[in-house]
Design a protein around this ligand. Sequence first.
Ligand SMILES: [Fe+2]
Length: 337
Amino acid sequence: MVREKLKIMVVDDDAGVRRSIVRFLERTGDFSVFQARGGKEALASIPSVEPHLALLDIRMPEMDGFTLMERLKSRLPGLPVVFITGNDDVEYYRRAFFGGADDYVTKPFDQNRVIEIINRVIYYNLAAQTLPNNDHISIAAAWGKGLNFRDSTTGCHSERVATTSLFIGREMGLEGQDLTRLLIAAWVHDVGKMGVSDAVLLKPGKLDKDEWKEMKTHAQKSYDILNEISLKEWEGISLAAATHHENWGNGKGYPFGLKGDDIPRDGCIIAAADIWDALRSRRPYKEPMPASGSLELMEKLKGKNLRPDVVDAFFRAYEKGQIIADFSTCVNPFYSG
Ligand SMILES: [Fe+2]
């Protein structure tokens, strides 16, 4: 069976840039690419093209990329949008992500990275849209994104952990309702952080012993909050979300001190996604660890902090380019501080 090519719409008023994007996308053999010089042409072509993803410039004379995104999404509500632009202004990031963009790439860009982003965004959206009870995923996503308003240091963390968890879960053979539950839990895993004080959550430096003690309460708080939800689609979510800081090998994690197979599978998956994210993120007290060092550490944690088959699945997904490896665009679009 020949796989249907993914349809990408490229909109840029600069013919040279447009051509170079089209060329490298077509070279992969995976995409069928439609190009437009501006918003009007792009909108007019929607019925015949039906793109899986739109790659948009921002500054264009006829209609800017933000307006175009809004109009495209009103016609095709689930359409993923990635901006590819010369602007790296934080206000642009904010407008892009608030408007519903899935990612943001600045020029000059690395072609392989753009391909990786396109694949990840399309597959995340296809998966999330086709899973059962995906309306519950959207509720969890809203909650996860809302947390960005409080936590300026780990911005977009919930999104990245949810995406990474989804791909690990798929590699482990999860599908349907199981994948829905995993995704819901991943989106809300840190929701208990809303119960951690600003002084600790937003501290621009390392936490002392007492502060860590308070920070660690977020996992139990996630459990307490989510346990209030009695919907059957959310069954098991509180435990899966709360156990993302348990230690698979020695049982010395928190909040419950569970070990090995006593930790729910979904909690183990979210734990791996969470650790990867922590390693690769910039924090007030540390620079991101390079990808190579982070990968080495993930391997070292296999069978120790992390469940072995989860780590194996993580690496398979990484090889396929599904794991977010470059965090350069992951600023927090919801926070201007
Ligand atoms: Fe956490």
